[in-house]
Design a protein around this ligand. Structure first.
Ligand SMILES: *[C@@H]1O[C@H](CO)[C@@H](O)[C@H](O)[C@H]1NC(C)=O
Ligand SMILES: *[C@@H]1O[C@H](CO)[C@@H](O)[C@H](O)[C@H]1NC(C)=O
Ligand SMILES: *[C@@H]1O[C@H](CO)[C@@H](O)[C@H](O)[C@H]1NC(C)=O
Ligand SMILES: *[C@@H]1O[C@H](CO)[C@@H](O)[C@H](O)[C@H]1NC(C)=O
Ligand SMILES: *[C@@H]1O[C@H](CO)[C@@H](O)[C@H](O)[C@H]1NC(C)=O
Ligand SMILES: *[C@@H]1O[C@H](CO)[C@@H](O)[C@H](O)[C@H]1NC(C)=O
Ligand SMILES: *[C@@H]1O[C@H](CO)[C@@H](O)[C@H](O)[C@H]1NC(C)=O
Ligand SMILES: *[C@@H]1O[C@H](CO)[C@@H](O)[C@H](O)[C@H]1NC(C)=O
Ligand SMILES: *[C@@H]1O[C@H](CO)[C@@H](O)[C@H](O)[C@H]1NC(C)=O
Ligand SMILES: *[C@@H]1O[C@H](CO)[C@@H](O)[C@H](O)[C@H]1NC(C)=O
Ligand SMILES: *[C@@H]1O[C@H](CO)[C@@H](O)[C@H](O)[C@H]1NC(C)=O
Length: 691
């Protein structure tokens, strides 16, 4: 910075002789729509809607009294540009603005109503050359503010130029579009968010960083009655162009199961939302995303209390829409809004969700996105509403392999792992391994896919996978292998029982019981109004049966199964993190599964979700919740079907599920990167078709 940061130079108005009349430039005016409860402002600009954070602005330039400065003046769309050269040319400004238009979905030229040119170089004196002056004259912004380093030249322009110093404050200011309050002696820059309509109704509501210095989030309280959609605030990507943190500027949706400070964590239940307070801290897993530079844009819908409820059993929330195919397919459960929103919106990069029994993997399968259930214990679930503490995990939805891996490698780090007292398992080691597997185990108890066209897509993928990594393929019947073990190894019935205990107890104790008793007290003995999935379970829950001892025993059963699995089935060798990987399908086998129950009644052309094949001893979704392994959903293609909703042919995504030994998550991610580089895996499109 060229000037001493503490020198507040005040403002100098230089009204130079008007030599050239500026051409009038047509810019859409800012249309004030609404001031929120907290003093933030929604406005229209052109055909877009924006939200400006006025309450806690990004930066204030000039002004002696901060307390009063930021509330005065009129709101003006502003563009902030930085220049580091001594002579600033029209070409420089043009390139910068063109870069903004091309690289950001929030900026528009309507923000050029105010222009601030800051100095981010080392020179204490800068000038605008004649071409730059001409350019600015043609632009004729209502306000032109230059850093004091430009002050030494008197410019013959017909626009009023204001010079502002106080560079200590400007340090917070980054390039990009703003909504600014311009007063006599100060300019207050409020962060702007473009408000996107969540037209697939995947979110509960939008949220944004309140910038209060305490890490609090504010909910978007703006509603357009013409549509019934939440409005999701998305900040300019330009703000993070100079930010070197690994997730800088990535926009992330959060399942409403994770705490975000200042927001209610509803778990998809209005009753629960009614009895609890807003979270007073952000979940560590979510805070890590913020610390890495990620931008949280809102809370998305989930099956209530993270259950596996079918679409037609959702009562409290309106079931989210899947953008794929005929728009009437299931989003699955419980991280439904996460997979479907990543499949729907280019303006969203990732969604974070949880998987206890299938809740990342199946929503990824039906939306044709990348999604993972990590190894048990890879991510802390502190301040996340639990289902079964020893079976819960947290995963990431993405459309792009390299982005997904970048996110994962920065998010899942050793200090975020769970303690063995939570998982009940041997310590987790998760090396960033390039020790790839030697064998593909094709699980014959779950495959082939029911739709032969989809099986063809899978076979092509297997061909490509094994070619790239030099692997062999073997048919493998896991049910037979488990059946065939000695008595010491727990079988599926015992494992189903143990998982049932684990999944029932934690949530009942932390959510069900307090909700039921609070409701009973508040509403004359009534049971809370909740969806059917948990109503019966909680109604008949017997505390005398579900003891700490039983929980402990159940963890012991699970532990014995995992130890066997990791020594006999998927194990590490000197050369491979996981000697083999298993392929199966958590999705629909290439058949449509509709959100409307009766449309799924033809068993030959449609399917329900979570159907256990007659040749399998257990639902495939339960394998990794039991064995602690990593299971990822990988989109590999699409197949046609005749829609009973649009009555034309539509394309449905085909995905494959891939299981590796617990701790080999990064081995899989390194494989996906290699397959993406080889062109085998693709970046997924948003909208009706994934490819
Ligand atoms: C919004 O305005 C832009 C620029 O004026 C225009 O290109 C675009 O087509 C408009 N979009 C809609 C949906 O009207
Ligand atoms: C600039 O950032 C610092 C640190 O984040 C903060 O303390 C200060 O209040 C900010 N200034 C403005 C004007 O927002
Ligand atoms: C100054 O900002 C411009 C435009 O944002 C950028 O291209 C340039 O790298 C920055 N220079 C420095 C020294 O930060
Ligand atoms: C958050 O609230 C809980 C009780 O509801 C309290 O125990 C805890 O100390 C609070 N944390 C902070 C950071 O205020
Ligand atoms: C797998 O093994 C189980 C148990 O032995 C058997 O019932 C089933 O038919 C087998 N499935 C296939 C496809 O071979
Ligand atoms: C069952 O176990 C026996 C003896 O350990 C072994 O020979 C056989 O191959 C096993 N069968 C399967 C399907 O794993
Ligand atoms: C599983 O639980 C059921 C019902 O509680 C019980 O009857 C059965 O014996 C259990 N099975 C095993 C293998 O633990
Ligand atoms: C659970 O088991 C562990 C050891 O496996 C033991 O230390 C602990 O006391 C047990 N707790 C209960 C409630 O049985
Ligand atoms: C869906 O359409 C097919 C014809 O393509 C028809 O045979 C079937 O009965 C329809 N199913 C439902 C549930 O409407
Ligand atoms: C499904 O296919 C089977 C075998 O092709 C056929 O026998 C049956 O009638 C079909 N069911 C329906 C509802 O079309
Ligand atoms: C994948 O395999 C198929 C044939 O099995 C081949 O036609 C195709 O080119 C391969 N794709 C890539 C990207 O290697």
């Amino acid at each position: 910075m060229g000037l001493s940061g503490l020198t507040l130079r005040g403002i100098w108005f230089l009204l130079c002789a008007c030599l050239v009349w500026a051409r009038p430039v047509k810019r859409a005016p800012l249309e004030h729509l609404q001031t929120t409860r907290h003093g933030d402002v929604a406005f229209g600009l052109g055909n877009r809607t924006y939200l400006a954070n006025i309450r806690y602005p990004k930066a204030i330039l000039g002004g002696n009294d901060r307390a009063t400065a930021n509330r005065q003046g009129s709101l003006v769309p502003f563009t902030v540009v930085f220049a580091d050269s001594e002579v600033v040319t029209a070409q420089y400004l043009l390139d910068v603005i063109q870069g903004y238009s091309g690289g950001d979905d929030v900026f528009s030229k309507d923000f050029l109503e105010g222009v601030y040119i800051g100095n981010n170089g080392t020179s204490s004196s800068q000038t605008l050359d004649a071409s730059a002056l001409q350019y600015l004259n043609d632009l004729s912004p209502q306000h032109l503010i230059l850093d004091v380093s430009f002050e030494s030249s008197c410019y013959p322009t017909d626009i009023e130029v204001t010079y502002l110093g106080g560079l200590d404050d400007a340090n917070n200011l980054t390039a990009g579009p703003y909504a600014a309050l311009v007063s006599e002696d100060s300019v207050t820059f409020g962060t702007v968010y473009r408000l996107y309509r969540d037209s697939y109704r995947n979110f509960l509501y939008g949220a944004y960083d309140s910038n209060d210095g305490e890490g609090t989030f504010s909910p978007v309280e703006i509603f357009e009655p013409k549509f019934w959609d939440p409005m999701i605030p998305v900040p300019s990507r330009i703000y993070s162009w100079g930010d070197t943190r690994p997730l800088a500027g990535y926009r992330v949706a959060i399942k409403d199961l994770f705490d975000m400070k200042g927001l209610i964590t509803s778990g998809g239940s209005q009753a629960w939302a009614e009895i609890i307070e807003a979270a007073n801290e952000t979940a560590p897993s979510v805070q890590r995303i913020v610390d890495l530079g990620g931008v949280l844009v809102g809370k998305y819908k989930l099956a209530q209390f993270a259950s596996g409820a079918n679409p037609w059993d959702w009562q409290d929330e309106h079931y989210p829409f899947n953008p794929r195919a005929d728009g009437w397919l299931t989003c699955s459960a419980s991280s439904s809004g996460g997979g479907c929103s990543v499949a729907a919106y280019d303006w969203l990069d990732f969604a974070i969700g949880s998987d206890t029994g299938s809740s990342m993997r199946r929503p990824a399968a039906v939306s044709g996105t990348y999604g993972n259930r990590p190894s048990q214990g890879l991510m802390t679930l502190s301040r996340v509403m639990p289902l079964g503490a020893a079976t819960d995990t947290a995963g990431i939805f993405s459309r792009n392999v390299h982005d997904w891996v970048r996110f994962a490698k920065n998010w899942y780090v050793p200090e975020m792992c769970q303690d063995t007292s939570t998982t009940g398992l041997s310590p987790l080691e998760a090396p960033d391994s390039y020790g790839f597997p030697k064998r593909v185990l094709y699980l014959t108890d779950y495959l082939p896919l029911r739709n032969p066209a989809a099986e063809e897509v899978l076979q092509d993928f297997i061909q490509n996978l094994t070619t790239v990594f030099g692997m062999t393929v073997e048919d493998f019947n896991l049910t037979a292998v488990v059946d065939n073990t000695t008595d010491e190894v727990p079988k599926y019935n015992a494992l189903n029982n143990a998982t049932g205990v684990i999944n029932a107890m934690t949530q009942y104790r932390q959510v069900g019981k307090p909700l039921i008793s609070a409701w009973r007290e508040q509403y004359e003995g009534r049971f809370p109004p909740i969806d059917p999935a948990q109503r019966q379970r909680w109604k008949v829950y017997d505390e005398s049966l579900y003891t700490d001892e039983l929980y402990n025993q159940s963890l012991g059963v699970k532990r014995a199964a995992v130890d066997w699995f990791e020594s006999e089935v998927l194990y590490s060798t000197a050369e491979s993190c996981s000697e083999s990987i298993m392929l199966w399908d958590i999705g629909t086998g290439g058949l449509p599964s509709y959100r409307e129950e009766s449309l799924n009644s033809d068993p030959n052309t449609t399917t329900f979700l979570a159907v256990t094949p007659p040749t399998a001893g257990i639902n495939g979704a339960s394998l990794c919740p039991i064995y602690g392994c990593v299971d990822m959903t990988i989109p590999i293609g699409q197949v046609p079907y005749l829609s009973n909703v649009t009555f034309v042919e539509e394309m449905i995504p085909v995905t494959v599920s891939v299981i590796a030994k617990r701790g080999c998550d990064f081995m899989l991610w390194n494989m996906w990167e290699k397959l993406a580089d080889e062109g085998v895996l693709k970046t997924i499109k948003t909208g009706r078709t994934a490819f």
